[in-house]
Design a protein around this ligand. Sequence first.
Ligand code: ZN
Length: 228
Amino acid sequence: MIQTLIALALALDALIAGRPAIAVDPTKAALYQAADDLAPIFEEMGYPYIEPVITFENLGARGRGAVYIPYWQVNHYCGHRIAIGMQYRYPNYELYGTPDILATLAHEMAHTYQGVLCERKVSTVEEDATVMGLVAMEAAGYDDALLWQLRELMILRALDEDCSDRAWMDKLSKQARDIYGDTSCLEATGRRAYTQAILTIMDDDDGIVDPPAGPEMDVSALQEMLKP
Ligand SMILES: [Zn+2]
């Protein structure tokens, strides 16, 4: 498995490095536009429409996204207000202008659609939200954001599986090494809940991921992309 993950990480990285850089404006307008593109796909999955509320907020140096409760729902844990990390707006941030912000939006939107499932703290809530975000990006044709996130998940999962041997990282593009080169073992392992999504997709027999709670998701197009 680890060899497959590494091979896929390298292949996805080469694919991204070989493409012209697509700059994504870290503006509210761009995020609302993307939310408009992604919302119908969550509806197609079987979730009722939720009007997105998106803000930039200070989530700490490495906090990319979060969902908050609206102030009038004080007894709820997971809300529908999407917070995107303020640092995406700073030109010196390592992910500034990259499609990463769209991948974060897709993941956080998925949490808002999980609603009560998120609230019940279903153990796979992060994994499921990541799969949902990937499916939505694929269906919306957000190829750059999709590849970007697949690369990250693959790299972090490979590090999680074997953090001691990172010789393969030398073969990554400079961009990827700049972003993930300093990732500590602890950090890679800490993201296990998210990166489990990649194994769930790859290992699924019939191309339909069936979360313990929530509608099933067709991941066959993603599986096609991840054929080693
Ligand atoms: Zn999450």
